[in-house]
Design a protein around this ligand. Structure first.
Ligand code: ADP
Ligand code: MG
Length: 235
């Protein structure tokens, strides 16, 4: 069952750098435990938007709410503790620790072992429990970091280009397990790879020059003339 109360609400969120408008008047809501994509060409303002949601970057104007709590203006730490976890584009894991030790570091102290095992299975790392992170291929490092974020049992998981540098097979496997998170956690995936977004088949928001130019099911987005033009560099 999904309720109608958004878990995340963006209300006229804007960010400028000097006179440059990186993000302008973004208003969107995200329902609980749904999968969402934010796409757009390089420089569209995707990472800037994500940074404002997780508190790494202050908004210039507008408001962001987590449930009914206003979170713009809170520190990144506080926002994380409320239940918004974030994975950066470059994997940041503890290279000298094993996969399981990395999980032990990220998970709250009294975490249920069964839950950690379920997460390991979700991110396809059951066979790699005892592998040192530095020995993992790049794709599995990305998965390890997503797994570490999940061990915090967040309400919202923000992922910035999780398939950067992944093979086609790894990208498909990522789409599969992210789809499996529907109903468990709200996921917002930032991505510019259209093939991956097609595999996710989720509600999709398109940013261009910092503004939302389209929002809806991917099937609609993919047939949107303006979005096509933007992706083909015609606008
Ligand atoms: P995307 O993630 O969609 O590729 P970004 O959000 O990283 O785009 O960047 C959007 C625009 O804002 C780009 O033109 C970028 O150069 C600019 N920008 C991002 N961060 C800063 C900053 N700290 N200072 C100045 N300009 C920035
Ligand atoms: Mg980016």
């Amino acid at each position: 069952m999904t309720s109608n109360i958004p878990i995340l609400t963006l209300n006229n969120v804007s960010r400028t750098f000097g006179t440059f408008k990186a993000v302008t008047d973004v208003s969107e809501t995200f329902g609980p435990d749904e999968l969402n994509c934010i796409i757009g060409p390089n420089g569209a303002g995707k990472s800037t938007l994500l940074n404002m949601i997780c508190g790494t970057l202050p908004v210039s104007s507008g408001s962001i709410s987590f449930g009914e709590t206003a979170i713009h203006g809170l520190s990144g730490d506080k926002i994380a503790r409320l239940g918004i976890a974030r994975k950066f584009q470059v994997p940041s894991v503890f290279e000298s620790l094993t996969v399981f030790e990395n999980f032990q570091v990220s998970a709250p102290a009294n975490s249920d072992l069964a839950i950690l095992e379920e997460i390991l299975s979700t991110v396809n790392l059951v066979e790699d429990l005892d592998v040192t992170a530095s020995d993992l291929p790049h794709g599995k490092k990305q998965w390890l970091e997503i797994g570490m974020a999940l061990t915090m049992q967040p309400k919202v998981l923000l992922l910035d280009e999780p398939t950067a540098g992944l093979s086609a097979d790894e990208t498909s496997a990522t789409a599969k397990f992210l789809r499996g998170l529907v109903g468990k956690v709200t996921v917002v995936v930032i991505e510019h790879d259209m093939a991956f977004v097609r595999e996710l088949g989720a509600r999709t928001i398109v940013l261009h020059h910092g503004e939302v130019i389209a929002s809806g099911p991917f099937s609609e987005i993919e047939n949107n003339e303006f979005v096509r033009d933007v992706y083909l560099g015609r606008r």
